[in-house]
Structures are given as C-alpha cells and as structure tokens.
Design a protein around this ligand. Sequence first.
Ligand SMILES: [Zn+2]
Length: 418
Amino acid sequence: MGRFLFVISLQVSVLVTQAQNSCQTVEYMHQALLKSPDFVSRMMEIENFTQGYIRSHNATTSSNDDSGLVVIPVVVHILYNNTQQNISDAQVKSQIAVLNQDYIRRNADTVNTPARFKPVAADCGFQFELAKVDPNGYATTGIIHKQTDVQSFGLEDGIKFSSTGGDDGWDRDSYLNIWVGNLTNGFLGYSSVVGGPVANDGVVVLYNAFGVGGSAVAPFDKGRTTTHEIGHWMNLIHTWGDAFCGNDYVADTPPQQAADYGSPSGIIITCNNAPLGNMYQNYMDFSNDASMNLFTQGQKQRMIALFQPGGPHYAILSSTALTGIPLKDTLSADEGSGSGFSVSLYPNPSTDHINVNFSDNSVFGSELEIFNQLGMKLTSTIIEELNLSVNVSSFPKGLYFVRVNKAQGALIKKFIKL
Ligand SMILES: [Zn+2]
C-alpha cells in the first residue's frame, strides 16, 4: 500500500514536466485524485485484485495460453467545431481496424519488434466492434457526429457531457466510449482512470491523431494514440512508471528512466536495463506511431484481469450492444425510430416470398436487410422501387426481421416464415 501511494505522489511530481504533445492520462489522474481523495482506495483495491489475478495465473499456467477473444463494443462520439474536425465514418473504421490488429498482434509492423523483445510480445486477445444497438435499444452505426460550439476540450471532461458542449457517454457496462475532438494545446489524448466515476469512463483522442488517413497527421497517423489510451483504460501504466526509473507493475517491460519520444533506434540503456534497453517499441511509451509495435505478456495479464468476475470491466462481457437486432425492437414490434416513412410486409406469415412495400420513394438508395433471430444478416439489397419481393423460400421456419437503414434512422419490421 505504501509503495503504491508513493508512486502516485511521484506521478504527480513529474507531470508538470510532461510535454503537451502527448498523452495526458497522468495529469488527468492527478486532477481526478484532487477532486476525489477516496478514489485512491478504489484504485488500490483494483490494483490488489489485478496483482492477485496475475499471481494465481502465474501459479497455474506456464505462458501465453489464454484462449478466446474478448469483443468490446465501441461507441465513437465525434465532437466537431468545424467540418475538418467532423471526421468520416471511414476514418473511424480505420481506427477500429488498427485496434483489431494491434490487440491480437496482427499488425504488419511486428517485423520491427527486435528479436530481444519477441519472446514477450503478446497477442492480447481483444477485439473491438462498433456498437449495433444504442442504449435505447435502437439500431446504431456506433458513430455519433455532433456539432459543438466548444473550440477545444481540456482535461475537465467537458467533451463527455452534453451540458458542456460534449456528448453524454453511453453505459460503460455495455460500451467502450471513445470521444474524438479538438483538444486543448493539441495534446493527443487521455483515458479515464480505472475505478473512476462511471459517467466519465472511456478515452478521449485528438481528432487528427485518430485513425489512418483523413484528418490524421504524421507522426501520429497510424492509430496508435487510441491503442495507447485504451491500454490505459485497461489499467496499463506508461513503461517508465511515470517516474524516474519507475514501476509499471509489469515484469517483462524493462525499467526505463523516462518516456522515449520520436523515432528512437538501437539499444538505449537506462536504469541498468542492459542488455535489453528501453522498450520504446511498446504501445505504452511515447514514441511516434511508426515506432510502436507491441504489448507484452505481462501487460496482457494486467488487462485481462479487469475482465475477470469481480473486475471493473467484467460487466461489458454481457453487453447486448453487438447482437445485431436491437433488443427493444425484437420485443416491441413494428415501429421505426422517427424516420418519417413506413413499410408494410405481406403476406405475413409467408412461405416463399415476402413483399415489402414502402410509403414513398425517400427510401430509394437505402439498404434493406433481413436478419434472423440470432442477429445474423441473411440478405441485403439496395432499395430502388416502392415494391420489393424477396425470396425467402430457403429460410428455415422462424421469426425474421426486415431492417431499412436511412440516414435519419432505421426502421424494423418482423415477419414469420412458415
Ligand atoms: Zn499515456
């Protein structure tokens, strides 16, 4: 306990010297601790829980044998003050793709991991998917674009609340919230602290350090800022332990004196860490995006601990945000979400064809999809006429859902196949 408090006090002492053009999670943690001193005990509880998991895990297993993927539903809140900041859905998807490579070590630049670090490099087993169902049970793309009068957001979490020009987070037990916007002084991002207030939970990333292509600007244009911040969201600490030769509570990252910046090369010896040197290739250092390429087995254990029963992210494993068919719509029938058009289906029940009639041609160009009860998409088509006939003769008997996606919202109807 004493040691942990000591680390926190050191973190507070070094933050004034941190470069602005970087992650501000430590500064954010400092402010959170000032606001809520009780928070320290919650952090310590989680740290003890994590260390307990790691000890028992090491006692019962030999190495990297955790099986199965953890899929985390994501909602991205884009707050824009000008059109340049209103990044495209394609750019959001490019960020999700980066996460889905980095967190299972399928990133193309694993070849740049030095041989001395390859034995500890980890497939962490996490995948990320944009939410399909919103907190009210309606279909969603998992991406929110919202205009704001706020020119830039700081560490006081204004971006996370509609009342301060941001956007309210979705339930943290079902979604990982990612806010993207313009940040004060161009800092790259920050994460909430594990164990902090639920309404503030999630990560914040600068709009031009998010994703690949579009507004992303080198050297933070490969999506690694978000990889890094989600690492914090899963309780990882910077590789230098936020102190001079500090402790990141991970056994297989060498101690290092301080953050590495830019594009380091060769073996950098600090804190008696020969022969390995600083692990500046780690996602939790401050190197440029192109210089990062690994998490370690030890970091993986810290992250996985949070998803164990009793852990702070355990609940998200039960999220229904990805089930494809909005829960509410499966229960409450043939209503849309204020999309201004109507659809009729007949015959219902049907045997070989279902006819879909639209009230007006505003749906032309929209997508029509049919799902089964498990949320599996069976067919999709672009609507080009007011009357469609869909062949369902090959569908097994059961309940099906027709979803029409328009920009203003989705409309869902159900039918029975006999
Ligand atoms: Zn950081």
